[in-house]
Design a binder for this molecule. Sequence first.
Ligand code: SIN
Length: 513
Amino acid sequence: MSSLCVLLRKTRPLLHSLSPAMQKHHQYTLDVTASLVRTQSFVDGQWTSAASVFPVLDPATGEEIARVSDCGPAEAKRAVDAAYKAFHSWKQVTAKERSVLLRKWFDLMVLHREDLAKLITFESGKPIQEARGEITYSASFLDWFSEEARRVYGDIVPSPHRDRKILLLKQPVGVASIITPWNFPSAMITRKAAAALAAGCTVVVKPAEDTPLSALALAELADQAGIPAGVFNVVPCSREKTPSVGHVLCTDPLVAKISFTGSTATGKVLLRMAADTVKKASMELGGHAPFMVFDSADVDQAVTGAMGSKFRNSGQTCVCSNRFLVQSGIHDVFVERMGRAMDAELRLGHGSDPNTTQGPLINARAADKVAHQISDAVTQGARVVRGGKRLEGSFMEPTLLCDVTTDMLCTQEETFGPLLPVIRFNTEEEALAIANASNVGLAGYCFSQDVSQIWRVAEALETGIVGINEGLLSTPEATFGGVKQSGLGREGSKYGIEEYLDVKYMCFGGLKP
Ligand code: SIN
């Protein structure tokens, strides 16, 4: 088996909180099957170079791991044209055949799980165990939607007229532009693309500028699976070219649908662009999840839930808990056990070290934001129970704060990092008022053993997702999506495919009774 070996010659001096391997200037090696390391765009079934390239960096070391074609608006337009041409034949492929192809793609992802996970680790910093989990999660959308492809049922509706029949037929919307983030470089692509392809749509993917390698590896496997040319296209580009590529993908009249995962601010810009040609839009945007622990909660269950929900991907998920609301009677024991769990379970380091549970943040700016929230909170009276330090590069110590109030920045904006701020509350009403005082509403969590309280709180929470005595919720069988400014539409589940379908009303008239 051929392999590409990128030796990272040196790591920067790192601080005491990092794993010993990092401190010893360990060499980290990306050793992946060569055919999976693709660096050109994939358009109309062809690998094509752009006029220039941009570097992909390992966020743990700052070292360059690859140079990738830097596509511009011309390449984006070519991809849209190719997807449009392919749409006319792909929509005619039977649902059964589309299902079989998605399933082959799934099998190939499973076969190459380890290599795909390494790509995620090196380009995003995600610890290898979690990266493996992401590949399983990512592949599960191909599996799920390979099955859903065959269940796109229309309706025959009772007609009010004896001479007419009413048919509601579901049809694919057309070309979908898919714009994805760096925090799940693989799963956020398959969650959208699998639904789109299952419905009979074709796609153009613009992966995040930090993590194009996972997207291009997916294209390689789609090609190997026999997905026809033009059905799945990938146009990587740099931060500089992103606005012009995004503009084509959101304004070209041949694009019927945009699907975006990322910040609320960017989502609004894309929606404005898509408005001119009245495209359908799915938006999976920012969150600010409340994590509520009531006096009756099983404290160990709450701590386990908090560890998963807060520190998954070093706090860089849209559903990560952002505000910990803990009732007075259980507050001290929760904080104490939380601190102990952090000591026991969290180990900072390079993601390829199997002992690492906390990788770097995606870049230094992201770590600076967390450090700024901590210093703002401490200045206003919060107490640091664990961590608190900004480390070398883009590393940040996992941090537990208590005595946090709603005046502090960390309770007003999404952190996207390993900061766990605890606010003490007394009554359920008070907790719900704090939890719902946000213009976004993606996920919320409630820990309680009181069934009536669970129902009251789960119904009252203004979020699209609620975890009840559970911190890890994501699965292809369930919906993913938010309310308020957390977005539009739902991904995954039986509803995910609907985002790529139009309903056509067919009226059969003049029938002889
Ligand atoms: C996200 O952070 O946007 C996705 C997280 C998930 O799918 O669990």
